[in-house]
Structures are given as structure tokens and as C-alpha cells.
Design a protein around this ligand. Sequence first.
Ligand SMILES: Nc1ncnc2c1ncn2[C@@H]1O[C@H](COP(=O)(O)OP(=O)(O)OP(=O)(O)O)[C@@H](O)[C@H]1O
Ligand SMILES: [Mg+2]
Length: 340
Amino acid sequence: MGTEVVVEGLTKSFGRKPVWRDITLTLPAGEVSVLLGPSGTGKTVFLKSLVGLVRPERGHVYVDGTDIVTASERELYAARRLFGVMFQDGALFGSMSLYDNIAFPLREHTKLKERQIHDIVVDKMRLVGLAGEEAKFPGQISGGMRKRAGLARALVLDPQIILCDEPDSGLDPVRTAYLSQLLIDLNAEIDATILIVTHNIQIASTVPDNIGMLFRGDLVGFGPRELLLTSDQPVVSQFLAGRRIGPIGMAEEKDLATMESEQAHIDAGHHDGGSGLDHGRIVPQLEPTPGLPPRRAVRRRTDRVMSIMHTLPPAARQAILENFTPAERARYEAGLGAGR
Ligand SMILES: Nc1ncnc2c1ncn2[C@@H]1O[C@H](COP(=O)(O)OP(=O)(O)OP(=O)(O)O)[C@@H](O)[C@H]1O
Ligand SMILES: [Mg+2]
């Protein structure tokens, strides 16, 4: 089963420039979570903090009994074995073939024979659609292929926690859809805890169990997907709808006067070019491909969501209820009865 990641009061600055402060959230074991946020809000820095590549000034990241923030190099080396990380830029070695890149963690962290390494590498390359490309070098393939090679490399050690930094960047919409399905299938097969950093609304609305968003150095909520997808917080709805009008600007966050004048423009009936994810209507979450085992996290997640239902706003509650199966609904109502 996947391992939960507990983040408590995490704060990071570079020099005098704060990135984010006091971030607290738990990635539930075996569930898929998405972290959204405008460019430059520190999503990559957050992922790097989870694996100890960046050391925050304050706070904790507990993984399987280790606090990544204060761990020694030796403890970190052991803890990193639990993680598979797909970096934003692929982070492949330019001088190695794809095969050697993907085999690298196995040669580094295991004593497997080349024969066994071969089988694992070929299997993972097939999984991400790179079969037959073993001999190519990173400089000879497309950006999307490099991303998929990065994912294959993240998977070779059978990680319990998978972190993907913008897995969709450089992928066309069709491949993004395949990738979304691949992540759900992976989750069904290995029950790993997954965190995906993305700007992609298609991924955010169809893949995760949980969604969080970083903005202006804070975590703007983290919770069941229905919570963020029905949120009426301006920054969340602007982001999800891809609108220009709202707190998020091109270069930096906007000031209040600009926002008010933009809103007046919209109120006067002008269109702002948003893509318009239909607010309040939640698209169903992807299911594993038929033939795969069901996702083990689903039952745990449903129980957890039921236990926090009373803390959620009405729109989120309604969206969750609408997505319950009849059996889940009965279980929820029985729970309510028992609580009275
Ligand atoms: N090693 C570093 N030294 C100094 N500043 C850094 C370092 N790494 C990141 N930063 C700064 O921290 C901030 C957050 O960067 P980060 O890469 O995490 O953003 P992001 O949310 O991942 O953005 P994007 O969506 O564009 O990938 C930026 O202002 C960046 O310049
Ligand atoms: Mg980034």
C-alpha cells in the first residue's frame, strides 16, 4: 500500500524572498492528489522539499517515520527509495541512451543482474509508450517523449510515492488523455500515493481524489476534488475556468484597482476569453481500464470524505453525494443515523 505524506507548517524562502509559508496538508496513502497554482508559486520547490532536494526553514515532512526536513543524508538516501519523481524538465542524462537513463536508478539502488534490469526497463518503457526507443538519446526525441522517459525512470523502483511535476507539459491533448489514464491505471495496479503538479484543467478535473492550490505563498485549500472544483473562491474559479478576470495576472498578482475595473468591463457584458469549465458541474473521475483491479484507495477515501462531510460547504457536499453509488449513499445515511 502507498505511504501517506504528512506536511506540517512547511515554510521556505530563498534569501529574503518567501516562496510559501506554513503549508499543512496530508497526501492520503494510495490516493491521487493534484497541486495547482500559477507559475512561480513554488510548486516545484514544494515537490523538491518532499524528497529533501530543497530544505525548508521550518516545518516537517513525515514519510514512513522519517522527517525529510531534518533527516541526515543517510536517512534521506533510504527514504528516497520510496519515491519516484518525474521532474518538470525530464532531468535525463544527455550522454546516456534512454535505456541507460531508465536503468540508472536500478543500477544505483539495487543489486539486480543486467538481465533482470533489462526486463524491468523494457516493461516500463512499454508502459509509457516508448517500446523500441531504447537506443535513442534524449537529444534525439521530442519533448513529450522525454517526459514519458522521465516517468518510466520514476517507476522502475516500484515507488510507494510518485511525484510528477507537470507531466503534461509538451504533450498534445490526446497524449495528455492517455497519460491521465496511465496514472489512474498505475494507481490501481500498485496503490501508490501520487502527487501531480499541473496547470492542466483536464487532468485536475478527471484524475485526482484530492486537489490543492498554491497562491501568494499560501495553500488555498486542499481537500476532496469536489471541494476545489465547486469552490467560489475567486482565485480558484479563475484558474479552473482559465479566465483573465480575477486575482491572477500575467506577471504577478493584480492589485485591487485593476481587478475592479476588469470586473466592471465584464459586468458591462464583455467576454474575457475564458475556456469556461462549467462551474458546479463536476466531470466524473477516471476509472481504471477494464481488466485492472479496482483502486484500493477508493473505499478508504470514501470513508474519509464521509467523516469530514459536515465540515464541507454545501456545493461540495452536494457534488460528493451526487457521485456516491447507491451503496455508498446507504452507508453514508446509516452513518448519519448512527451519529444521531
Ligand atoms: N534554487 C533556487 N534559488 C533561488 N530561487 C529559487 C530557486 N528555486 C526556485 N526559486 C524561486 O522560487 C519561486 C518558485 O519557483 P518554482 O519553480 O517552485 O515555481 P513553480 O510554481 O513550479 O512555477 P512553474 O509553474 O512555472 O513551474 C520562483 O520565484 C523561483 O524563482
Ligand atoms: Mg514548476
